[in-house]
Write a new protein. Structure first.
Lengths: 546, 89
């Protein structure tokens, strides 16, 4: 370590370190809001499937077992409309409960419904299910910006974020250990915030480096591929890579050639398909069965499975749903270099290889990342305060208002979307409108903060966020008829877990609202984060707040 | 302490330089061509960051512009030579 520090000192002069500090701060202030939204959405995306289950109560009490899968698929096929695809969740351990999503295209309209199987063989359908988990994921990877613009933009933000991290590392390398233990209660609030920012930054540095790297690849890999191809001597490596990726199959077996016009055909039973898939890849625990073009001669069944303990755990067997002929087998551990590299960055980013503990770790680190960007922006604004004058520049106040409005507006918007998702349980509400709820709340929050003093705006949004998130478990329990664990209906542990998480988020918003208000009343009067104490005599302090 | 021109040099000339370098790796890397290609894309992020850090570290913007331009020209020349030498590969 000492040698590393000496090397850093030799490599970078104090002049360079000052320059890097400036680069670090400017990238932070330019990209901080986008990164906050991406990290907050990303933290919740760790529980995307659980959130969807929480939002769709019809799927909660599914209890059909694998032995009932033939009857279940027959019933699904009866429900299916024109040229639909089926996606059947076999449960985490591959033995039920059975839930299915039906995708159908009829009259030019795409529709989706969720069907759950109960122990008595009865299938209950939720016709217009909530996809709030998917919405949060979209906010995470594209900020909700439609088309390719959103994730391309976030890819570029990720590259800049990587540069901010490397410059931050160079700045802090000489005093990395000291930064780690510097956090303590201090008379100077700014120092305490700076120390908290540094401690979280240092502790989660490897995580952030990995995220900057994998997010760049996830968002702009196609752009990077195109750019590389244009400056290569020959196209051969790219063409081979494309061919390899298009074929998709490797490990064992090969891909079947495309057939002509599909005709109506009798499907093999799903139990038989699962048996064939398990024979082809005994290492996998099968957790999902999807059909494309069910009921036709071109129908393809993909059985997905997990190999626990593998760093890249997901595998799949693709077969003909009519004949059972195996098209391709993808098994973790048997992959060639290209496939391993193609999968590695995705799983590193998604953190789906280490079970619940890793998922919770990613969730906490994601929230800590959000705090890092929020605190970084607040510190930047505070540092630029003109200390000897009362009136601060308008732009400083504007940046403070936008930071607070967009960051906290995203938190409130997500809470509002979750609440809206549960509103479909109310009588008379026939359509999920969580997407609209998110964007209306998000922009309304920014507008509100632009009209208010930054601290008052922040406190308002934080209190509203706390109320929204605390309301979520209450709404969940009320709308599901308080059946959890009562009346013979078993509690759904996934929904209970999500309720606890929302409760914890709500409580932390409440605590942050109190801390922000306290900070506003005890700070220096010419700070943008100062509000006059409402209990103080009028005129005793600067009444700059509204 | 202005470093705008260095940043600009890093972005304008450093970005194509990154793709030229990783393109060479994709062409001549040690593994099979498709693995070389995806590995090259992996390398593009750290290579770009290294070039940016290098450019930002220059005290003179002129040095940053000229050195990066020279590196770009050398690699472009190399790539064109290879295209002429192995046009059908």
């Amino acid at each position: 370590m000492a040698r590393g520090l000496t090397m850093a000192g030799k490599l970078f002069s104090s002049h360079t370190i000052r320059r890097f500090t400036s680069v670090h701060s400017w990238i932070g202030i330019a990209c901080g809001v986008a990164l906050f939204i991406a990290f907050y959405g990303g933290a919740l995306t760790m529980y995307e499937r659980d959130i969807d289950r929480w939002a769709n109560p019809a799927t909660r009490h599914a209890s059909g077992t694998l032995a009932q899968i033939d009857a279940f698929v027959t019933e699904l096929a009866g429900k299916r409309e024109v040229s639909g695809d089926l996606d059947i969740d076999l449960g985490d351990d591959g033995n039920g409960p059975l839930r299915a999503t039906i995708f159908a295209m009829g009259d030019g309209q795409f529709s989706e419904s969720i069907v759950a199987m109960s122990a008595d063989g009865h299938a209950s359908t939720q016709a217009k299910p909530s996809s709030v988990g998917r919405l949060i994921n979209e906010i995470h990877f594209s900020l909700g910006i439609p088309g390719t613009a959103g994730y391309t933009f976030l890819g570029l933000v990720s590259v800049a974020y990587g540069l901010a991290l490397v410059t931050g590392l160079i700045i802090h390398l000489p005093h990395l250990v000291r930064d780690l233990f510097s956090l303590k209660r201090s008379a100077s609030l700014k120092k305490m915030w700076t120390d908290a920012h540094n401690v979280i930054g240092v502790l989660s540095l490897p995580f952030h480096l990995m995220f900057a790297f994998t997010a760049t690849l996830l968002c702009i890999l196609p752009v990077m591929s195109e750019a590389t191809v244009h400056v290569m001597a020959t196209d051969a490596p790219y063409e081979q890579y494309q061919r390899h990726s298009d074929e998709g199959g490797h490990g064992r077996g090969g891909r079947a050639d495309g057939k002509g016009q599909p005709t109506s055909a009798v499907m093999l039973s799903p139990a038989r398909l699962l048996f064939l898939a398990t024979n082809a890849a005994p290492e996998l625990r099968m957790t999902r069965l999807t059909y494309q073009g069910y009921g036709t001669s071109a129908a393809v069944a993909t059985v997905q499975g997990v190999r626990f303990g593998s760093p890249m755990p997901n595998g799949a067997v693709t077969l003909s749903a009519e004949t059972g002929e195996v098209h391709s087998v993808r098994v973790p551990g048997l992959w060639q270099g290209t496939d391993a590299l193609n999968e590695l960055y995705v799983h590193l980013h998604e953190g789906d290889f280490g079970g619940e503990v890793l998922r919770a770790t990613y969730f906490i680190l994601g929230l800590a990342g959000s705090f890092l960007f929020y605190s970084g922006n607040l510190l930047w604004i505070e540092t630029r305060r003109k200390r000897r004058v009362d009136a601060q520049p308008t732009r400083t106040r504007l940046i403070a208002q936008v930071t607070v409005g967009a960051c906290l507006g995203c938190c409130l918007g997500v809470g509002g979307a979750l609440l809206a998702a549960r509103a479909t349980d109310l009588p008379g509400v026939t359509e999920a409108w969580e997407g609209r709820a998110y964007f209306v709340i998000f922009f309304a929050s920014i507008a509100w903060c632009l009209l208010r003093h930054p601290v008052r705006g922040a406190v308002d949004i934080l209190r509203l966020s706390a109320a929204t998130y605390l309301l979520l478990p209450v709404a969940d329990m009320t709308l599901t008829g308080w059946r959890r664990g009562l009346g013979g209906v078993p509690a759904d542990l996934v929904a209970v877990k999500m309720d606890i998480i929302f409760l914890a988020i709500g409580m932390s918003f409440l605590a942050t609202a109190r801390a922000t208000r306290r900070r506003g009343m005890t700070g220096q009067p010419n700070s943008v984060w100062y509000i006059a104490d409402p209990s103080a005599k009028p005129g005793a302090r600067h009444a700059s707040s509204r | 302490m202005s470093y705008g021109p260095q940043t600009l040099a890093g972005i304008v000339l450093g970005t194509p330089l990154t793709f030229l370098i990783v393109g060479l790796y994709a062409q001549w890397g040690p593994s099979d061509p498709s693995t070389n290609f995806i590995a090259a894309l992996y390398f593009s992020v750290p290579v770009w960051l290294t070039i940016m850090i290098w450019a930002l570290k220059r005290s003179s913007a002129r040095t940053a512009w000229l050195t990066l331009l020279a590196a770009d020209l050398v690699l472009v020349f190399l790539v064109f030579t290879m295209r002429l030498r192995w046009p059908a590969v």
